[in-house]
Design a protein around this ligand. Structure first.
Ligand code: FAD
Length: 390
């Protein structure tokens, strides 16, 4: 089989790229190792920057997001028994939308299928070949058969555990990494929101995030040992921990509900520089990871896709290669800004094991500053809504 663009991975990056290219008259095939049901039900991100919403809308998949997503004009930082609001819209003129990543995936899959797009689910043994030539290919197994997809370009959108990044020789790539000594315990529960806006809480027992998915489904997290097991946490123990970390702030009271999903995620910062080699380009988590504190992962994946779509269009329509040549350099500017912001939020909000009383007071002093100085609050707000990027 032959196509113009071979895309590995049907996450937000791969699906959106495929659809935007289709709208510009460029053919692609998306190869995904999981089933459609699996990708449409994996619970992950939920905070969309305005720029992400704009690109999804431009791609024609924004209707359900606009109807069902919740527009948030601010969020709260809770610390030392008080709650202070960061007024995103007042400080930047922008807002964010809470709309679950798996709903974005459903919208994109539906749009690809309606447009007759080529999506292959359940592929295995994916490997990349001849990426240093003008005719690269991807080999894989699908429904028991060995297949080969020949293309002009291979785009690795296969997330942090994919095969694409390893196809860039290690000698040409520099990996930057930081692993955090804590993780997030996440729950989904039935019930009304405990707060109209997200609450990021710093507490001596550890960080907690009160988020939402809809009027009836709530998403909450608390800092935990990344090696802990969900089996050690009964529903009662989870609620006791969340109440202890959140309720004390200015009369805030969490609303309990029936917990129907629990998971633990590790926290890592990672950047692969470069993000391209020959005819291979990486986008999204395949090239970079941020801890979820800044809500940037999916937004960065979408931002890569924006840069790559423009570059591929310039190649096919105007016969230009300059935007492809500078793809990595262009994308990495935004990525490093988001890496710094995510690291900063994480370091300021989490309980750091072994931190001295002096270091703990520095965290509090920083929170006092970003919630009382308009200039400092604007720095936080610009980064959160995604307009601080270069
Ligand atoms: C708890 C949590 C909360 C988060 N919250 C936010 C948030 O609020 N905002 C935000 O912006 N981001 C958030 N993120 C991050 C966000 O979910 C990711 O950054 C996003 O999924 C990246 O999209 P992607 O398309 O690059 O990769 P993925 O979504 O990882 O997609 C990659 C796809 O490639 C497939 N694949 C892998 N290997 C192969 C192979 N060999 N062959 C074929 N297919 C393959 C995988 O099955 C997968 O479907 C959060 C993440 C977590 C874990």
């Amino acid at each position: 089989m032959r196509t113009q663009i071979g895309i590995i991975g049907a996450g937000p990056a791969g699906l959106l790229l495929s659809h935007l290219l289709h709208l510009r008259g460029i053919d692609s095939v998306v190869l995904e190792s999981r089933t459609r049901e699996q990708i449409e039900s994996t619970i992950r991100a939920g905070v969309l920057e305005q720029g992400t919403m704009d690109l999804l809308t431009e791609a024609g998949v924004g209707a359900r997001m606009k109807a069902e997503g919740a527009l948030h004009h601010g969020f709260e930082l809770a610390f030392e028994g008080k709650r202070r609001r960061i007024d995103l819209t007042g400080l930047t003129g922008h807002s964010i939308t809470v709309y679950a990543q798996h709903e974005v995936i459903k919208d994109l899959v539906a749009a690809r299928i309606a447009a007759g797009g080529a999506l292959r689910f359940g592929v295995s043994e994916t490997s990349l070949h001849d990426i240093e030539t003008d005719s690269p290919s991807i080999r894989y197994r699908h429904e028991g058969e060995a297949c080969e997809l020949q293309c002009d370009f291979v785009i690795g959108c296969d997330g942090s555990q994919g095969v694409s990044r390893a196809s860039i020789p290690q000698a040409l790539r520099k990996d930057f990494e930081r692993v955090y000594p804590f993780g997030w315990f996440g729950i989904l529960c039935e019930g009304p929101p405990s707060s109209e806006e997200l609450i990021y809480a710093r507490h001596e027992r550890g960080f907690a995030l009160i988020s939402t998915r809809s009027r009836n489904v709530q998403r909450m997290y608390f800092q935990c040992d990344p090696k802990d097991s969900v089996d050690h946490w009964s529903d009662d123990r989870i609620w006791a921990e969340l109440h202890a970390r959140v309720d004390s702030h200015d009369g805030q009271k969490l609303v309990d509900g029936k917990i129907f999903q629990k998971n633990i995620v590790g926290m890592r910062s990672f950047v692969s520089a470069t993000m391209q080699h020959g005819r291979l380009f990486l986008a999204g988590d395949a090239a970079h990871i941020v801890p979820p504190t800044g809500a940037k992962g999916m937004n960065l994946a979408v931002a890569d896709v924006r840069v790559l779509t423009r570059a591929l269009k310039a190649f096919y329509v105007e016969n230009r290669t300059d935007l492809l040549d500078s793809y990595s350099e262009t994308a990495l500017k935004r990525i490093w800004r988001a890496e710094h912001f995510s690291y900063w939020m994480t370091s300021m909000m989490h309980r750091i094991e072994g931190a001295s009383p002096f270091e703990q007071q520095l965290q509090v002093a920083e929170l006092e500053y970003v919630t009382t100085s308009r200039a400092a609050a604007t720095v936080m707000a610009e980064n959160y809504v995604g307009v601080a990027a270069v």
